[in-house]
Design a protein around this ligand. Structure first.
Ligand code: G3H
Ligand code: 13P
Ligand code: ZN
Length: 324
């Protein structure tokens, strides 16, 4: 058993509590490789923002769980020593889909886990989430649960329809499971194709009525918003200009995310926008400088573009800058 505190991580309790009181949201940024990890932490250190470093099941498969854990530990050292920053950093398992996966992450030094039982029948979701909480809490590891299903691809399961969170279930779920935060479905979805919007048509509104009702029933309890990329159209245009094809990619308008961040939503998950920022820069360089073959010459600028995106999100969308 590795004690996450010795690795320099904190759990999410205090950071989400402060976000609730301060009317902002802590970012949950995903990483799969060194450049993304550096960019997330440097972007957050340079904006003095708390951060939740997220590792998905797919990331563990891609980069190797042991390597990811040591990379994260090394990145904390880099931020403390070379960036002279004391920002709170949580290491979080994103969309854990089994007790065994959550247990393995906790034993490796994760300070927070998500158990996503949202596709299970309600009672099974309660039982699985409670089992993870009962294992995690003695180690002071925080647990995020989920009620409601996001449209799109979640945990390798494709869902064409939103199953919005039912506010009637949230008090019972939180009370019986003991979770520390709750992800809800109010109309967002994962990936780069969140809505079908015809030119000139307004974006659909997230279901703020559901969010408000959940917040009313769980006063002061941290809510999490997944699928919160805004899919910036300048990045989509750059990718398309340099040989990509992301026709029709759209995300959640940033003003709706700002509104969510000011509410009971204390954690906002962003992965797709980071992928777009990095890919747009890499495509631009490979397209305009065909002689380049040193990965540092395209991944380095890709990392810089990601740092800039993260700084802007923290400052202008989540409101987490200067809240460390
Ligand atoms: O929720 C999904 C995250 O963006 C992680 O995506 O499963 O492709 O690593 P992934
Ligand atoms: P996006 O695909 O909108 O970035 O959502 C990421 C997410 O929810 C990670 O859990
Ligand atoms: Zn998610």
């Amino acid at each position: 058993m590795v004690d996450y505190k010795e690795l320099g991580f904190v759990n999410t309790k205090e950071m989400l509590k402060k976000a609730m009181e301060g009317g902002y949201a802590v970012p949950g940024y995903n990483f799969n490789n060194m450049e993304q990890l550096q960019a997330v932490l440097i972007g957050c250190a340079e904006t003095n923002s708390p951060v939740i470093l997220q590792v998905s099941k797919g990331a563990r498969k891609y980069a190797n769980p042991t390597l990811l854990r040591y990379m994260a530990e090394g990145a904390v050292q880099m931020i403390r020593k070379d960036y002279n920053s004391n920002i709170p950093i949580a290491l979080h398992l994103d969309h854990g889909d089994s007790f065994e996966l959550c247990k393995a992450a906790i034993e490796m030094g994760f300070s927070s886990v998500m158990i996503d039982g949202s596709k299970l029948p309600y009672e099974e979701n309660v039982a699985l989430t409670k089992k993870v909480v009962d294992f995690a809490h003695p180690y002071d590891v925080t647990v995020e649960g989920e009620l409601g299903v996001l449209a799109g691809i979640e945990e390798d399961v494709k869902s064409d329809k939103h199953h919005y969170t039912d506010p009637n279930q949230v008090e019972d779920f939180v009370k019986r499971t003991g979770v520390d935060s709750l992800a809800i479905a109010i109309g967002t979805s994962h990936g780069a194709y969140k809505f079908k919007v015809k030119p000139g048509e307004p974006f659909p509104e997230l279901r703020f009525d559901i969010l408000e009702e959940v917040a009313r029933r769980l006063p002061g309890f941290p809510i999490v918003l997944h699928g919160a990329s805004s899919v910036p159209q300048d990045l989509v245009a750059l990718i398309n200009k340099y040989g990509g094809n992301l026709e029709g990619a759209v995300g959640v308008p940033e003003d709706q995310l700002r509104r969510a961040a000011r509410s009971a939503v204390c954690k906002i998950n962003i992965d797709t926008d980071g992928r777009l920022a990095l890919t747009a820069k890499v495509r631009e360089i490979l397209w305009t400088q065909p002689e380049v073959f040193d990965p540092r010459k395209y991944l380095g600028p890709g990392r810089e573009a990601l740092i800039e995106l993260i700084k802007r999100k923290n400052r202008e969308v989540l409101g987490s800058a200067d809240k460390a």
